[in-house]
Design a protein around this ligand. Structure first.
Ligand code: ATP
Ligand code: MG
Ligand code: ZN
Length: 153
C-alpha cells in the first residue's frame, strides 16, 4: 500500500518526496511557504517509507520550483525526488543533485570573508564531499560542515 496516499492528491503542482524525517520544515522555509502565499500545501511528517524508514513529503499546488530552490533543497534533502504533477499525473520526475559549484545562496561562515563585506561579491563555494556534505569557500578557503550550511542557507 502506498502510505503517501494518506496525503491528498493534487491536480497540478510539485511533489517533494524522500525528504529525511523532520526536514520538511526546512523545505517549507526554502519555498517560503508562509501566510503571504496562497498555494495550498500538504505535508506528511515522518510517514513510513520502505526505503527510508521514515520520510517527509511536501505537495505544493500550482507551484513549480526554481533552480535555486532545488539546489537549496539538495542540501537539506540530498535524496529527495521532485515530481511535477499535471492533471493528477506525474509528467516529470527527477532527483535533486548537490551542485558542484554553489553560487550566491549560502553565506560564508567566516565573518571576514570578502563575500560578507559590503562589496558586490556573491558567495562561491566548491563541493568537496557529498556524505557528509562539505563545501569550501572559493574566496577564503574556509570549509563548512553540513550543520553550518543548514544554518547559513
Ligand atoms: N496527483 C498526485 N498528487 C499528489 N501526489 C502525487 C500525485 N501523483 C503521485 N504523487 C506522489 O508523488 C510521488 C512520486 O510518485 P510515484 O508514483 O513516482 O511514486 P513511487 O512509485 O512511490 O516512486 P518512488 O520510487 O520515487 O518512491 C509519491 O510520493 C506519490 O504519492
Ligand atoms: Mg514511493
Ligand atoms: Zn569565505
Amino acid at each position: 500500500m502506498d502510505t503517501t496516499l494518506k496525503i491528498s492528491k493534487i491536480k497540478d503542482g510539485t511533489v517533494i518526496d524522500h525528504v529525511p524525517g523532520g526536514m520538511a520544515f526546512k523545505v517549507l522555509s526554502i519555498l517560503r511557504v508562509d501566510d503571504l502565499h496562497e498555494n495550498s500545501v500538504s505535508i506528511g511528517i515522518r510517514v513510513p517509507s520502505g526505503k527510508m524508514g521514515q520520510k517527509d513529503v511536501i505537495k505544493v499546488e500550482n507551484r513549480y520550483l526554481e533552480r535555486v530552490e532545488v539546489d537549496k533543497i539538495s542540501f537539506v534533502a540530498p535524496e529527495a525526488t521532485i515530481s511535477i504533477v499535471k492533471n493528477y499525473n506525474i509528467t516529470e520526475k527527477y532527483r535533486v543533485e548537490l551542485p558542484e559549484k554553489v553560487i550566491g545562496f549560502i553565506r560564508c561562515i567566516n565573518p571576514n570573508c570578502i563575500s560578507n563585506a559590503r562589496e558586490p561579491v556573491s558567495s562561491e563555494f566548491k563541493l568537496v564531499s557529498r556524505a557528509p556534505i562539505s563545501i569550501r569557500c572559493e574566496y577564503c578557503e574556509r570549509s563548512m560542515s553540513e550543520r553550518e550550511i543548514l544554518q547559513n542557507l
